[in-house]
Ligand binder design. Structure first.
Ligand code: 4AZ
Length: 248
């Protein structure tokens, strides 16, 4: 996150650190992407975060990814479903979304709800362009990768504006949403993708997008694109969409 601030534990209880290691390796897992806790046993992330021959785990609850913290819950990933039309091209990444199924660790729960761990609400209605929303992650900052979870306020940008030739032109497709700060200085960056763009309404935060791609980070007139994911969620969750699930 560029232009961000440190957050208190529990401020983004749906934030996930997605970590990988080589299959069969006994080494440690390393943070590669963000993710979003959708329910006790399911996490949403970006399709481009997933590669073959890797083993994954998620960590929820903590704010420092270099230390083991008391509020951490570390959970193995059992199964990964990348969007069937996921496609990376030089100009954009399409259908950049994946669903992770977590291992049941404390039957019937995978992640357990605490002050620090809670599922996000699924989108109920689209938010208008200009709405101030929030991104969070452990990705690159101006100086380094942040061991601490950071967040930043960004604005939703209209499709019309984001499709203008000065911004992303025809690279943008129907399932993408742009957000950012046109003056630059505030943005998601490498290591934040897969993480949440959430917008607040009536005291609840609704997942509005999964951070996906952008040209560079935090430049003037450079926004980032999110996958809007409603259709993908509807297909995989059926009746669960449009609710704020309780974990326990
Ligand atoms: C990335 O590499 C990435 N500034 C994510 C977001 C942005 C750029 C790169 C947007 O995952």
């Amino acid at each position: 996150i560029h232009g961000g601030s440190k957050v208190f534990p529990g401020a983004h209880p749906w934030q996930v650190s997605l970590q990988e290691r080589d299959k069969g390796s006994s080494g440690g897992f390393g943070h590669i992407c963000g993710g979003i806790l959708l329910s006790s046993c399911s996490v949403l992330t970006a399709g481009h975060c997933i590669s073959p021959n890797k083993e994954y785990q998620v960590v929820v609850g903590g704010v420092n990814i270099l230390r083991q913290e008391e509020m951490d819950q570390t959970i193995p990933v059992l199964d990964v479903t990348v969007h069937e039309n996921y496609r990376a091209t030089p100009s954009a990444v399409y259908n950049d979304i994946a669903l992770l199924k977590l291992k049941v660790t404390d039957s019937p729960y995978c992640a357990k709800e605490t002050r620090f761990v809670k599922a996000a609400c699924l989108p109920q209605q689209p938010f208008p362009a200009g709405k101030e929303c929030v991104i969070s992650g452990w990705g690159a900052t101006e100086k380094n990768y942040s061991p601490q979870l950071l967040n930043a306020r960004v604005f939703l940008i209209s499709e019309e504006r984001c499709k203008s030739p000065q911004i992303y032109g025809s690279a943008l497709d129907q399932s993408m949403l742009c957000a950012g700060v046109l003056q630059g200085g505030v943005d998601s960056c490498q290591g934040d993708s897969g993480g949440p763009l959430v917008c607040e309404k009536d005291g609840s935060y609704f997942i509005t997008g999964v951070v996906s791609w952008g040209h560079g980070c935090a430049f003037l007139n450079h926004l980032f694109a999110c996958e809007m994911m409603s259709k993908f969620i509807d297909r995989h969750f059926k009746k669960m969409a449009h609710t704020c699930p309780e974990l326990q």
